[in-house]
Design a protein around this ligand. Sequence first.
Ligand code: ATP
Ligand code: MG
Length: 479
Amino acid sequence: MTEPPSPVAARSERSLDELTASRLTLDDLVDRSALREMAGSFYELFQIQLMIYSEEGILLSAVAEQPELYAYLNEFSAPREALVELARRVRAIDPRPADVTEHCITGAVYQVFGLDYDNRQIGRLILGPFRSPERREVDPKLVELEPSLDPEQLKALFARLPLATTETVALIARHLKGALDLILFSGHKALLTTNMHLASVRDSFRELQEKNAKLQEAYNRLKELDRLKSNFLATVSHELRTPLTSIIGYSEMLSEGIAGEMNAEQREFVTTIHEKGEQLLELIMGLLDLSKLESGTMSLHKREVDVAELLDDVTSTLQPTARRKGVQLTSSVGAGLPTLWADPERLRQVLLNLSENAIKFTPEGGTVELSAAASFMDVDAGEGDADGMVLFTTKRPAMSLVVADTGIGISEHEKARVFDAFYQVDGSSTREAGGTGLGLSIVKRLVDAHDGRVEIQDNSPCGTRFVVTVPRRRASISG
Ligand SMILES: Nc1ncnc2c1ncn2[C@@H]1O[C@H](COP(=O)(O)OP(=O)(O)OP(=O)(O)O)[C@@H](O)[C@H]1O
Ligand SMILES: [Mg+2]
């Protein structure tokens, strides 16, 4: 897909090389309105008409008032043609190497001067018509050209043309060129600055665009990798489960003596195969759950859950493990606890994972306590108010399930990381506790699926408290 051109890149720009004085025209360098203003003030001062042409022949500025004499002559065809011819001639004059003086059919004078910038001719300045002191009368040839012209009127109108010597006009031209030089210089400077600024903005914009494209590419690649990883996890776990079930089943049958009596050593080996098979199956089930949760394909089967019953079930399941470890496992639930709208199997899995961890990371003689209490949780801003403006914080009835231990605790900077898949605080190969680091990432995703949240707090005087808070009711805001 092609990107629309950016406003910055679309601006016509020139390279710095093109902006050197040797490449620029008069039209590039001056602002036409500034030029007109300057020409206007010179006309007001000296009353002599002036025109400025660029080297390419473009008229950049002219004082528009036509002298009355010329307006009168334009009424007659022969003088008009002569004037048109004169205008063409004057425009074509090349004032190099010296200024040129041109006489008009009326006897009036035009002077043409070259305009330079940075030792280069970039235009022409034409001053006139004016009367020179040497010729104060209108040219008699004019009446010969057009006999119907009124000599008296011609004389009167000619007398109204400004009177100046060619030296004075040359002086005026010099001042004009001086003023124009200043305008050209500041125009050139402004052009350079603007273009340099534009170039640097365009560079930064291009750089940003490139970085953006790279980021997008990296993001797409990561997303694709993530998808592949989830697919891979799901497929492999699923494919491993079937043969593993056979291994577990057959090793169980062997250890029960169904295929004949075994000696003690053989029974021990087969029992190990059975135990390790069970562990592997648990890991595979965990991976399957995780990939289902990641891809959003795990469906919850919610119903009313009796929380006290759930806690009792979890404690009795884990009681043998706790006893083996020498850890005291208890559950306490206040009277009159309301029911909870949730998936009991998934909630049981959450509490089992948390309690297994608590037992695993609590030394002998410690305690692990499960409890539950009715609570409230903040309604998300987006959920409570369409505009995302929360005027009153709305609370939603919730249930808090707590697993508290007196174990080794989790340091502040590890608290956010332990929910990552495969993350273990002690990741060394010599670690004592078993497991793969999947338990908490499954807990987090299951709680998220229930619109709840899980928090890690420090227990007093030592150990950890995992607090799972899930909404109690189906509707988003109700009492
Ligand atoms: N109650 C706890 N006290 C101290 N550390 C804990 C506790 N619960 C979890 N942790 C830390 O968080 C890590 C991740 O926990 P998680 O349950 O995800 O993995 P695991 O228990 O190591 O393995 P698995 O659950 O897959 O068998 C643990 O390895 C441990 O370092
Ligand atoms: Mg665990």
